[in-house]
Design a protein around this ligand. Structure first.
Ligand code: HEM
Length: 417
């Protein structure tokens, strides 16, 4: 085994299909707080142990502000994002907490169960109807159907449109843009992103013009317009930026969690059979394991040191960058025995909060309950409706996302039986 080069470049490339780079495991063992080199030549600390990531992500000595000295960017696009109007994702408290609170009511487990679950069920049923029709047509020609393009992309996208209050008449056009945004072509995706941002701005304006008739409880943009824009707590641009954040924050992570979750479950026949026997009872554990094992949003938990802090015996100095490798932390054997095994039956003592797939601390994903519920509904309905689902291609023949970016699979051809 070769020695770890002095300062490895980050992000690390996956070497095999969807499996995290083996460098994470080696660093967790040999140098759990190590320096890595970024694309711009700057250095940052990489934390690979669960307990160190939790400590860093809950410390107020670290900043999530992209403009703070030392904040580690992992590609040139980050510099552009730095110039945009910041949302609470990249603010520290108290500003962070104040803005996060504006949306909090829409994402509590109670609101998700009462208000959004029925919407999710309706959308998933409709998307499944289309998927089944496409799959049956493909089967007549002895072709597989693509679970990514024809299913995984649509369910989360259509759900978030409903949650934001996008009128039905606009959905078809926006969905085309969203397919492009989630595609591999960076240029096309950037253009589609700009278009979408413009669209959201127009929708905010339109809702503001009709604000007398708006019901703040019907959807998130209406809520922001009535409660924040009208009384002057936020500007129109800030509301647009927040709405755009909700639209895009978790879409790719949800799509990738669906596709990789289906792929992994179809590779583990005994666990699939267990799930199919008791889908409602096991859905929570299945989703927890998918978000642990794959960690579809593994590169976002980055911070800058505001005040010197000692973590795991290492002093991190003011102005240095810190990357919490939650994907590596999710494979830490201290918390997860046999961490590289996909196991939906992990011990009952393991709490969802232990899985760092949704981050940790004050910036932990605001839409965690929303996303978990959505994924549970999708897996239950998909496997009930299509019990004979099977892969049309082996894991090694699939095309995956850029090996240095978040884990994802571009296509997942399947047969229904
Ligand atoms: C499987 C799906 C998802 C995953 C794996 C995921 C993961 C994450 C992670 C790891 C963070 C923490 C980032 C950090 O440490 O700075 C985060 C934050 C956040 N996520 Fe998600 N997310 C998902 C879905 C969503 C969705 C659907 C939405 C919006 C509807 C969303 C909205 C947010 C927001 C607003 C934050 C920032 C919270 C804060 O800074 O206080 N996420 N998410």
């Amino acid at each position: 085994m070769t020695a770890i080069q002095d300062t490895p470049s980050f992000p690390f490339a996956r070497e095999e299909t969807y499996h995290p780079s083996p460098l994470y495991a080696r660093l967790r063992k040999e140098g759990p707080i190590s320096r890595v080199k970024l694309y711009d030549g700057k250095l940052a600390w990489l934390l690979t142990r669960h307990k160190d990531c939790c400590e860093a992500l809950s410390s107020d000595r670290l900043s999530a502000d992209r403009r703070a000295p030392g904040y580690p960017e992992i590609h040139p696009g980050g510099l552009k994002a730095r110039e945009a109007i910041p949302t609470f994702v990249n603010m520290d408290d108290p500003g962070h907490a104040a803005q996060r609170a504006m949306l909090e009511g829409e994402f509590t487990p109670e609101t998700v169960a009462r208000k959004w679950r029925p919407v999710m069920e309706q959308v998933v049923d409709a998307v499944l109807d289309d998927f089944v029709a496409k799959g049956e047509a493909a089967a007549r020609e002895q072709r597989p159907v693509d679970l990514v393009k024809d299913f995984a992309v649509h369910a989360p996208t259509l759900i978030i449109y409903r949650v934001l209050g996008v009128p039905d008449a606009d959905v078809a056009r926006l969905s085309r843009d969203s397919e492009i945004r989630n595609s591999t072509s960076r240029n096309a995706a950037e253009t589609a992103n700009l278009e979408l941002q413009k669209y959201v701005g127009g929708l905010v304006k339109q809702k503001m013009q009709h604000s007398q008739e708006l019901d703040a409880n019907s959807d998130i943009i209406s809520k922001l317009v009535v409660e924040q824009l009208k009384p002057g707590h936020l500007t129109e641009d800030q509301v647009t930026t927040l709405a755009f954040l909700v639209l895009t924050a978790g879409n790719a992570a949800l799509i990738n969690s669906i596709a990789l979750g289906v792929l992994t479950l179809l590779q583990h026949h005994t666990q699939l059979a267990d799930f199919q026997k008791r889908p409602e009872a096991l859905a929570g554990q299945l989703v927890n394991e998918i978000t642990r094992y794959h960690t579809a949003s593994g590169l976002n938990s980055r911070r800058a040191v505001k005040e010197d802090i000692e973590i795991g015996g290492q002093v991190l100095k003011r102005g240095e960058g810190v990357i919490c490798a939650v994907q590596a932390a999710n494979r830490d054997a201290e918390i997860f025995p046999d961490p590289d095994v996909f196991d939906i039956h992990r011990p009952a003592g393991l709490r969802p909060v232990d899985c760092l797939g949704f981050g940790f601390g004050p910036h932990r994903c605001q839409a965690e309950a929303f996303s978990r519920t959505q994924l549970e509904i999708i897996f239950v309905k998909l496997f009930k409706r299509l019990p004979g689902l099977r892969l049309a291609r082996a894991e090694t023949e699939l095309v995956y996302s850029d090996p240095k970016m978040n884990i994802g699979v571009e296509e997942l051809p399947v047969y229904f039986s």
